[in-house]
Design a protein around this ligand. Structure first.
Ligand code: ARG
Length: 462
């Protein structure tokens, strides 16, 4: 890398200390913004031309120079110089090298402060678009398994203790809902973010009569920002994105945890695709759920980045402060991490193999239909609290005898309550229990199929 002269050296009497140069440089990581930086510059130049600051020839030279720079960057041949601090000055300096005087005019009525605030928004806007597609992909996969497993009975848990029988399809739809809220949060944050800082300049706006609406339109922003101080300084949009990502990762971590538990020998509810697992170097029998474990682990990292961005922003006085240069690495890492986790899940989850027998057998244990027996007694006229008491006694007795409730004879049942009749056996069955929960949002297969149809419509709409 050759040494290049800094672009703000005019008022200085000695060169920047080499350590300080390295310490303050961001080009190593912010070069990721290069293409949106060029996009923003081209729109700015076009607007400067429209208001008469750039001539036809100058605009043409800038367009051509930028096209060449873009090519150099995408080919990997661009010479990034830490001496030029950041992505903005590297590109501008190369432009001037290529086209001379016109290159020096590009920065008229602009500061790196409004430039970087614009770049991050442009960049994040695209990235959010990808996240939205990835979330929808995963949701579609969930609907497919939910459909396949709408009748598959498993134990539902509270406190990780068997609670009531549910259907596996219903469980998958719960995951779908979490992701659906994530989707709407990302969409919402993209909308709030889509405001253009260009024209705010360093902090106070600019004395040139810019056509900010025109630049905003060229860059597909909804509007130019209303307050220049705010526009160059706040990174709340990045924080908001990371908060949404942290919530989404938290959801993925919950799914990951269930996948880990379900794939143990003890549960044996599912098998993860082999290509998503690894073995042990010492224990030949092992198939470890590394991918869900890593997703669970990476959640901590994303939450950490959120906290670091909040801490970065906290107490910053208006307007721009160099602290904000530290926004990029956490943000980029959140994008990479979330993207990778969503990608892994979208392929892994629809390809789980489901062990229906093990789920069924597990639902049979733990008196999962005790609530059904209580509801049965309520239908026979017993107040719910009394029914709860009676069934509690029945369960205690069943545990003592080592039997399931459904294994008692009608005569034995009469010891619990005289009102119990032969029809009790239907409701004590797992199938009867889930089928009874047909309330909107409930676990009955019929209801699950209805929810799947609604969800399919919903994701088609947005
Ligand atoms: N690299 C800087 C950043 O990421 C660009 C803005 C620098 N502005 C300044 N006045 N030093 O925030």
């Amino acid at each position: 890398m050759k040494k290049k002269r800094s672009m703000w050296g005019g008022r200085f009497t000695e060169p920047t200390d080499a350590f300080v140069e390295a310490f303050t440089a961001s080009v190593e990581f912010d070069q990721r913004l290069a293409l949106v930086d060029i996009l923003g510059s081209l729109a700015h130049a076009k607007m400067l031309h429209k208001i008469g600051i750039l001539s036809d020839d100058e605009l043409e030279a800038i367009d051509k120079g930028m096209a060449k720079i873009k090519q150099e960057i995408t080919d990997g041949g661009f010479d990034w110089s830490p001496g030029l601090e950041d992505v903005h000055m590297n590109i501008e300096s190369r432009l001037t090298e290529l086209i001379g005087e016109a290159g020096k005019k590009l920065h008229t009525a602009r500061s790196r402060n409004d430039q970087v605030a614009t770049d991050i928004r442009l960049y994040l806007r695209d990235e959010i678009g990808h996240c939205l597609v990835q979330i929808r992909d995963l949701q579609k996969g969930l609907l497919d398994i939910a459909e396949q497993e709408a009748d598959t009975i498993m134990p539902g848990f509270t406190h990780l203790q068997v609670a009531q029988p549910i259907t596996f399809g219903h469980h998958m739809l719960a995951w779908f809902e979490m992701l659906d809220r994530d989707h709407s949060r990302f969409k919402d944050c993209a909308r709030r973010m889509n405001v253009m800082p260009l024209g705010a300049a360093a902090l106070a706006g600019t004395s040139y009569q810019l056509d900010r609406d025109y630049t905003a339109e060229l860059l597909a922003f909804d509007a130019p920002s209303r307050n220049s101080l705010d526009a160059v300084s706040d990174r709340d949009f990045a924080i908001e994105f990371c908060a949404n990502a942290a919530i989404c990762m938290t959801h993925l971590s919950r799914m990951a945890e269930e996948l880990v538990i379900w794939s143990t020998t003890q549960f044996n509810f599912i098998q993860l695709p082999d290509r998503y697992c690894t073995g042990s170097s010492i224990m030949p029998q092992k198939k470890n759920p590394d991918v869900p474990e890593l997703v669970r682990g990476k959640t901590g990292r994303v939450i950490g980045h959120l906290v670091s961005l909040l801490t970065l922003m906290k107490s910053q006085p208006l307007a721009y402060n160099k602290d904000n240069q530290e926004d990029k690495e956490p943000l980029f890492d959140v994008l990479d991490t979330l993207g990778a986790c969503l990608r892994a899940f979208s392929d892994m989850v629809p390809n789980l193999s489901v062990n229906r027998e093990a789920m069924y057998a597990a639902a049979k244990q733990g008196y999962a239909t005790a609530t059904d027996l209580a509801d049965y007694l309520v239908n026979k006229g017993l107040p719910f609290r009394d029914a709860h008491e009676v069934v509690g006694g029945a369960v205690a007795y069943a545990i003592q005898k080592g039997k399931d409730l459904s294994e008692f004879t009608l005569q034995e049942m009469h010891a619990f309550d005289r009102r119990i009749e032969a029809d009790v056996f239907d409701i004590l069955s797992l199938e009867g229990s889930v089928a009874a929960r047909e309330v909107f949002g409930g676990t009955a297969p019929k209801q699950v199929r209805r929810q799947i149809a609604d969800c399919r419509k919903l994701i088609k709409q947005s």
